[in-house]
Design a protein around this ligand. Structure first.
Ligand SMILES: Nc1nc2c(ncn2[C@@H]2O[C@H](COP(=O)(O)OP(=O)(O)OP(=O)(O)O)[C@@H](O)[C@H]2O)c(=O)[nH]1
Ligand SMILES: [Mg+2]
Length: 166
């Protein structure tokens, strides 16, 4: 299974998503710190909301196989610019939570995530578990092990290290 790193504003639904992925009932826990031992690395939303703390997200991301920008479908503004791609050296996906919200605007949030460089977007409702199976399917295989030489070769032909060879 690929190790997933979640970042996004407070209340975006990151911790709820970790619970939905584990098949647990949702129970509110304010995230106060990051622990890299679990299959999913959760982070406090305040890291994404603060320019100074956001540097910490770069460090946490290096512990994961896939990075997810998490945004609720009813968020009023976008936190993520295209610059994130310069420090995220992993496949980057977008996860839109709260698709059940009466204030959801999925097309707008999807476009924000595409603009931020996400290569795939998943839509989830953590309460009903809608969309969770699709995300689990994407995560289920282990990442391909890569030697330094293989990584350097991909870089030499203009590919990301994780891209398949042509
Ligand atoms: N309706 C609905 N509510 C959700 C969904 N996901 C999360 N919530 C609710 O949103 C609130 C915040 O969810 P959390 O998972 O704690 O948010 P977080 O991103 O971990 O927040 P921080 O720990 O502060 O960074 C909780 O009351 C959840 O029950 C969803 O898909 N739909
Ligand atoms: Mg949390």
């Amino acid at each position: 299974m690929k190790k997933l790193f979640l970042m996004g504003r407070s209340e975006a639904g990151k911790t709820s998503l970790t619970q939905a992925l584990k098949g647990e009932e949702l129970h509110y826990i304010k995230t106060q710190y990051t622990n890299t031992e679990e299959d999913t690395i959760d982070s406090p939303g305040e890291y994404a909301e603060s320019k100074r703390f956001s540097v910490g997200l770069a460090c946490f991301s290096f512990e994961a196989d896939v990075i997810a920008m998490v945004q609720a479908a009813d968020e009023p503004f976008n936190l993520f610019g295209p610059g994130g791609r310069s420090f995220i050296l992993r496949p980057l996906i977008g996860i839109i939570t709260k698709i059940d919200s009466p204030y959801a605007n999925v097309p707008m949030v999807r476009q924000w995530l595409i603009n931020a460089g996400c290569e795939r977007i998943f839509l989830v409702n953590n309460v009903t578990r809608e969309g969770i199976d699709e995300l689990m399917e994407y995560l289920k295989d282990d990442p391909e092990p890569l030697t330094l030489e293989e990584a350097k070769y991909r870089q030499s032909i203009g590919l990301n290290e994780w891209d398949p060879l042509p």
